[in-house]
Design a protein around this ligand. Structure first.
Ligand code: ATP
Length: 824
């Protein structure tokens, strides 16, 4: 199959990662890979210049060159390996460097001038995913909106013999793709009629195979939780808001921050939660209380009365009132200045939001989606629906493109018709949940709106184990929710040791205000388990009259919950609802695919690895062995390796052995010997700290130095505690808030059920009242801690199975290990 990829509409971080992944996966599956420059515009223009360097001829040239190099190497380094011939054919055509250097108008030996549909090879896309925007260019094409333009586009594809197309863009681009696919039979019939294509071409291209990837910073596409680029855009917004927060606080100012989102309020909403805003305006849910100016001022006044020194209002660029009159940042500023006397400034974030370097998530997601896109194309049969690759919670999905496009359009239509209930519904339940969550976290409610006194609870909140990004944000959300409902949030400082020392106090609404952006653990955390003195812990539960317990932490918190649950046999004080929100960079809590802090940690790893790789590449031929934390769980090493584009990854799950190392050395030698002389790349090897007690990072590095000979050198770096993060990522903040609010609802629900038990009987909390909140594939699930135990390897402190185990293989497949060694 010949597959072409194009990026279209507004650029977004992560598009390059998608292109890289599709090119590599396509080559591995034996396909010929092409990119279309400048989106649909390039497709319409096609290749005007003669193909002196592109297409087949370049392919042959490239192969001959590699073959020659190989022959020189034969008998020396490469005697044991027979690289896959297909991979060698597709190793490089040189256009990748031109694309990367922005030399599209370069006139010389090789040029992209007049060539919009360009064949690419394995090495042409190397290192692409660390770069923002799209290296193959994007455009808004008026020509493609016309049938003549689309006919020219089809003709250009057929001329190059291309069978399949991957379009990465926003809802407009995918609408265009859907139209193109549906018109295809008519278009090619017309091309045949006009004698522009042969009968054979007509038969060979009877169907256009097409897959859509959603690349858009707005996250406005239905049937997917996230679009490529949205996490990075959110990160840029939150970095700006974090910076604004400190100056706003210093001067006691108000800031109105305008963020992107013409028709979609996702960025504004998520930034509102993650950035700790006081008020937000989004298009899907215009202010309901009119006049909204009074409502906004009353809310902000309440915050100020409590002593808040700063005010942040976030407004999506497409925000409007119930009558669709735009709500502009400048107008909000005037209201705040005139009515509340606040020194107010407007900051429009503009194009800084488009991204720059992609965050870890915007490398991992497009890579996995790229793999799925190629699979979908290879499996496509005439009559199948065209798919869009999406993601639901943690699962990459295929959904019918037409449905996603229609549903997205329906949101716009509902808004135009002022049917905002429908618009919100169409955005999906998570959006509505986040909006509800924002209100719970940001607003202050009056006493009469709280729960009746009989239903109010005293909830203990405790952090356990090592600190992880998002712990404080989750705590803030819980505290604000408690206060809104009339519950008493009690901070247990320094874990169970602190509880025994009476280090417990009530948290206030204002006290947790800045916690979203804070790393580490504001409550203090350690690894002391309640089994240290279970009887004393029970008496403290009684002393502080706890009605519910909320634990945020890693494997220790899971263990502590297990101990408390088992302690119910002896201590009635533990017959209260108790819950655990997994938060650990190791992501080693059984059954859940995601723990708070792991996203922050992956970002720290990617930042470090980008810098290390740059240094390694500057030396041209250096391998860096990077050691990560993670205990006996290889999650962070594996996902970090995928996000950083490592060549090899070593995990405790797979272990290390001599045969494996011999093969890896051979792979590295083969790989370096196939680099263009003088243009070698720095390469990363990621090793989880407990991958092997014998083959330590130091041993591994020395081995690569020794074996690399004249081909490559090696160095090592240990990332250690830097992986715990610093400032939490917006994803960890927002997800933490969402899951934390679910934990509060869990506690309330079970408290309510338990309070219905007959008063004369001893209270008896069932196993379902001590549960862990988990993310499993596409859903959020509660798992009783006793159930979790069945899936836990208590000795190795991780789950018995790991959902990401096939990703370890994917890292090496994308590095080409098996193919370069000729093992497939
Ligand atoms: P973003 O979310 O960043 O705005 P987008 O993909 O929605 O990205 P658009 O400008 O709407 O951006 O669309 C990009 C291109 O897709 C257009 O310039 C046009 O070439 C093509 N396109 C959009 N809508 C259609 C359509 N209805 N028919 C044909 N082509 C279309």
């Amino acid at each position: 199959m010949k597959i072409a990829i194009l990026t279209s509409g507004g650029d977004s971080a992560g598009m390059n990662a998608a292109v890289r992944s599709i090119v590599k996966c396509g080559i591995l599956k034996g396909c010929e890979m092409w990119v279309v420059r400048e989106g649909y515009e390039g497709l319409v223009r096609g290749n005007q210049a003669p193909e002196t360097n592109g297409g087949k001829q370049a392919s042959t040239q490239a192969f001959e060159a590699v073959k020659e190099e190989l022959e020189i190497m034969q008998g020396t380094i490469l005697k044991d390996t027979k690289p896959d011939q297909n991979l060698l054919h597709n190793l490089r055509f040189g256009d990748g460097d031109l694309l990367r250097d922005g030399t599209s108008e370069y006139v010389g030996g090789r040029t992209l001038k007049g060539r919009y549909i360009v064949r690419v090879g394995w090495d042409d896309v190397r290192g692409w995913f660390a770069e923002g925007g799209t290296l193959i260019g994007t455009a808004r094409s008026a020509a493609f909106r016309t049938i003549e333009g689309r006919t020219a586009a089809a003709h250009n594809l057929i001329k190059e013999g291309i069978d399949a197309l991957v379009v990465c863009g926003g809802d407009g681009s995918l609408t265009g793709a859907d139209l193109f696919r549906s018109e295809w039979p008519g278009i090619i019939a017309k091309l045949r009629q006009d004698n522009l294509i042969t009968e054979a071409q007509l038969q060979a291209h009877a169907h256009l195979k097409l897959v859509g990837l959603v690349g858009s910073i707005d996250n406005d596409m239905s049937l997917t939780d996230l679009t490529i680029g949205a996490p990075t855009a959110l990160q840029r917004i939150c970095e700006s808001i974090d910076n604004i927060n400190s100056t706003a606080y210093s001067h006691s100012r108000a800031f109105v921050v305008e963020v992107m989102g013409r028709d979609c309020g996702w960025l504004a909403l998520m930034a509102g939660i993650a950035g700790g805003a006081d008020f937000i305006f989004i298009p899907e849910r215009p202010p309901r209380t009119m006049p909204w100016e009074d409502n906004m001022c009353a809310e902000i006044h309440r915050h100020r009365e409590l002593g808040k020194r700063k005010t942040i209002v976030i407004v999506a660029e497409g925000a409007h009132d119930q009558d669709l009159n735009p709500i502009r940042a400048e107008y909000i500023k005037d209201i705040l200045t005139e009515r509340l006397g606040l020194d107010t400034r407007v900051t429009t974030l503009g194009h800084t939001q488009r991204g720059g370097r992609p965050c870890a998530f915007d490398r991992i997601l497009p890579t996995l989606q790229g793999v799925e896109a190629v699979e979908a194309l290879l499996e496509a049969k005439p009559g199948d629906p065209t798919y869009m690759i999406g993601v639901q919670e943690n699962k990459v999905t295929r959904v019918p493109l037409v449905e996603a496009v229609e549903m997205t359009r329906a949101v716009g239509k509902a808004m135009k018709e002022k049917d905002f209930v429908k618009a919100l519904e169409l955005r999906g339940p998570e959006f509505a949940e986040m909006l509800h969550g924002f209100r719970s976290i940001a607003s202050i409610v009056k006493e009469e709106k709280m729960l009746p006194v009989s239903k109010r609870m005293r909830i203990g909140i405790i952090h356990m184990g090592a600190p992880a990004g998002g712990m404080n944000g989750a705590t803030k959300a819980a505290v604000r929710y408690c206060i809104k409902q009339g519950h008493t949030p009690l901070a247990v400082h320094n874990g169970f040791r602190g509880l025994l020392d009476d280090n417990v106090d009530e948290l206030s609404w204002l006290g947790v205000d800045a916690w979203m952006a804070r790393g580490g653990s504001e409550l203090g955390t350690n690894r002391v388990l309640p089994s240290f003195d279970l009887g004393a812990v029970a008496s403290k539960f009684q002393q502080f009259a706890l009605d519910g317990l909320f634990m945020i932490g890693g494997f220790e918190a899971f263990n502590a919950l297990l101990i408390l649950d088992e302690g119910r046999k002896h201590y009635p004080q533990f017959h209260i609802p108790m819950t655990h929100l997994p938060a650990t960079i190791s992501n080693n809590v059984p059954m859940t695919e995601y723990s708070l802090g792991s996203d922050t940690s992956l970002n720290a790893l990617v930042d470090a690895c980008d810098a290390i790789k740059q240094s390694a590449s500057a030396s041209r031929d250096r391998v860096f062995v990077v050691e990560t934390q993670g205990g006996k769980c290889g999650y962070i090493a594996t996902m970090g390796a995928l996000a950083a584009g490592a060549s090899l990854v070593y995990t405790p799950e797979n272990g290390m052995g001599l045969d494996m190392l011999r093969q890896d050395v051979q792979f590295m030698k083969t790989r370096y010997s196939l680099d263009v002389p003088g243009k070698s790349e720095g390469r990363l090897v990621i090793r989880s700290e407990m991958a092997s007690a014998v083959y330590t990072t130091s041993v591994l590095t020395k081995m690569f130095i020794e074996e690399g000979g004249s081909l490559f050198d090696a160095r090592s770096a240990s990332l250690g505690h830097t992986l715990q993060g610093g400032i939490p990522s917006p994803m960890d903040r927002a997800r933490g808030a969402r899951l934390s609010l679910r934990c509060m609802a869990f506690l309330e629900h079970h408290h309510e059920l338990l309070s219905r038990q007959p008063p004369h009987k001893t209270r008896c909390a069932g196993p379902e009242t001590a549960a862990v909140i988990t993310i499993q594939a596409s859903s959020v699930k509660w798992v009783p801690v006793q159930e979790m135990l069945k899936h836990a390897d208590m000795e190795k402190r991780r789950g018995k199975t790991s959902w990401w185990s096939n990703i370890t293989e994917l890292v090496e497949v994308l590095a080409g290990k098996t193919q370069f060694l000729g093992l497939r």
